[in-house]
Design a protein around this ligand. Sequence first.
Ligand SMILES: Nc1ncnc2c1ncn2[C@@H]1O[C@H](COP(=O)(O)OP(=O)(O)OP(=O)(O)O)[C@@H](O)[C@H]1O
Length: 242
Amino acid sequence: MLAVRGLCKSFGAKRVLDRVDLDLSSGESLVVIGGSGTGKSVLLRCILGLEVPDAGSIMWNGAPIGPGFMDAFGMLFQNAALFDSLPVWRNVAFRLLRTMPKAQARAIAVEKLARVGLGPEVADLYPAALSGGMRKRAGLARAIAADPRVIFFDEPTTGLDPIRAATINALIRDIVDETGATAITITHDMSSVRAIADRVALLDQGRLRWQGGVAEMDTAADDYLRDFIAGRPRPMARVPEA
Ligand SMILES: Nc1ncnc2c1ncn2[C@@H]1O[C@H](COP(=O)(O)OP(=O)(O)OP(=O)(O)O)[C@@H](O)[C@H]1O
């Protein structure tokens, strides 16, 4: 469904993505891991069309990424990225308001808020009144508001304590299962990987170093992957500069 081939991206002399190939089937949940500065966000930005690759292709359902794809995806941004000047329901309904009457968009927003565990009383609050966990939930409600076929999760647990992180991870997995959406998550958080992934891809120095099923991850022979999973320090020469 999503096929990335030979993706290259450099900034000046720095090659950030180096011939990355990636395949994602419909309904699959892929988690991309890798150290800081290994190109995870650049890969995501290329897929979203926010960055122009130097070489390679990104196809969705057999065609280059275009407006159809832009209408079909939802995104949970790092730190939720809510608009502070809009009440929560308008944040959630942001895209819906372009295509439907206000009352209908608001009803869907309230329904999506309920799905992520936020009651109707939250709808009229402003983001400043929400805790970090509630902001994430509201961001998640916005990501699923238009029933996307593909959902991107950018560092979904950043800034959350371990219990809230586990709750958000479980919610993401439930939503992905329920909706049958294809999901791409980028994270350093191994608890997210275990909770969300069907398949894992490890980026290292711009190359896709390892990919496989989440169940194969713990027995993989790759030494960097093993250190990454265990959080073991490595000699600085082996740790890419951010
Ligand atoms: N617009 C840009 N101009 C110049 N360099 C950039 C730009 N965007 C990213 N980079 C560089 O590309 C490299 C990869 O960045 P990227 O943000 O993709 O890393 P990451 O794997 O997402 O890291 P982190 O986990 O810390 O967010 C970094 O060295 C970064 O400085």
